[in-house]
Design a protein around this ligand. Structure first.
Ligand code: NDP
Ligand code: 8X3
Length: 261
């Protein structure tokens, strides 16, 4: 399927996987609707995409935890931008890596509000138009954390299990439409993810990717693009993508031989 001229809506496009997806779909000729909280980054990305790929880009500062703000953003969108062909529900984060009896309530709220309620809120506004137009692809960015729970991952894993369940629920409820629902579930990807998880502790964040070759955001964007560009009758329900050194959430081979990094 060609994405040329399609409206692709990416949440959390200011960094990491979302930003890599924006570049990938721009290269394919799509029109990009991009949101995140860091608007300066989105504007910079928009300039880059318009210059390099000559595509149309619409950016707006939106916090996906703010259901009223999301509704206002959606209501004021020009009609051409409301006709979303591909929704990439990517905005998400982890906060903390603590035993469940030591975790911070504020971290839990932030993860649940962003990863679960934010995704639901955006989807609730976008899917009716897809149903009406009888066209659309929804790609949720889940995680291996939505399939396995790892020590101290408790609430983050719970939010990604919720994303997994919501994705399945969407697929069931949309089975009588041409809309496709997919989830792309990565393992270790080196982005700002761990920096955010550890509240800006760069040293601790770097240790997550020590002595391994992790996935890059571009690797994940390649998978998302592949999923989106299958023929309309092909619905890739779920993709788990690991770096080669990873076999599960908690089995990661870190003994990288010198010279192969
Ligand atoms: P990054 O931290 O690099 O990017 C996260 C993006 O989400 C940013 O653009 C950020 O934008 C946005 N975001 C976070 N909170 C909000 C909010 N309240 N409102 C709007 N946007 C928000 O991490 P990744 O690219 O790695 O993460 C992207 C997705 O991939 C997440 O859902 C994550 O759970 C998932 N994932 C990541 C893996 C990894 O190892 N990196 C593995 C598996 C899944 P801003 O801060 O500007 O609002
Ligand atoms: C991000 C990957 O393993 O840190 O979802 O949960 S992991």
């Amino acid at each position: 399927m060609d994405v040329k001229g399609m409206v692709v809506f990416i949440t959390g496009a200011s960094s990491g996987i979302g930003q890599a997806c924006a570049r990938k779909f721009a290269k394919g000729g799509a029109q990009l609707l991009l949101i995140a909280r860091r608007i300066e980054r989105l504007k910079k990305l928009s300039n880059e995409l318009e210059t390099v790929y000559g595509c149309k880009v619409y950016v707006q500062q939106v916090d996906v935890r703010d259901s009223i703000g999301i509704a206002q953003f959606f209501a004021q969108l020009p009609e051409e931008w409301k006709a979303i062909d591909i929704l990439i529900n990517n905005a998400g984060l982890s906060r903390g890596l603590d035993k469940i009896y030591e975790g911070q309530l504020s971290d839990w709220e932030e993860m649940i509000d962003t990863n679960v309620k934010g995704l639901l809120c955006i989807s609730r506004l976008v899917i009716p138009g897809m149903v009406q137009r009888r066209k659309g692809t929804i790609i949720n960015i889940g995680s291996i954390a939505g399939h396995e729970v790892y020590p101290r991952g408790n609430v983050y894993c719970a939010t990604k299990h919720a994303v997994n369940a919501i994705t399945k629920g969407m697929r069931l409820d949309l089975v009588d439409t041409p809309i496709r629902v997919c989830t792309v579930d990565p393992g270790l990807v080196e982005t700002e993810f761990s920096y955010v998880r550890f509240h800006g502790d760069v040293h601790r964040a770097k240790k997550v990717y020590e002595n391994i070759v992790p996935l890059t955001a571009d690797d994940v964007a390649d998978v998302v693009y592949f999923v989106a560009t299958r023929p309309p009758h092909v619905q890739i329900a779920e993709v788990i993508v690991f770096p080669t050194c990873q076999a599960s959430s908690w089995l990661v081979h870190r003994d990288l031989p010198k010279g192969t990094e």
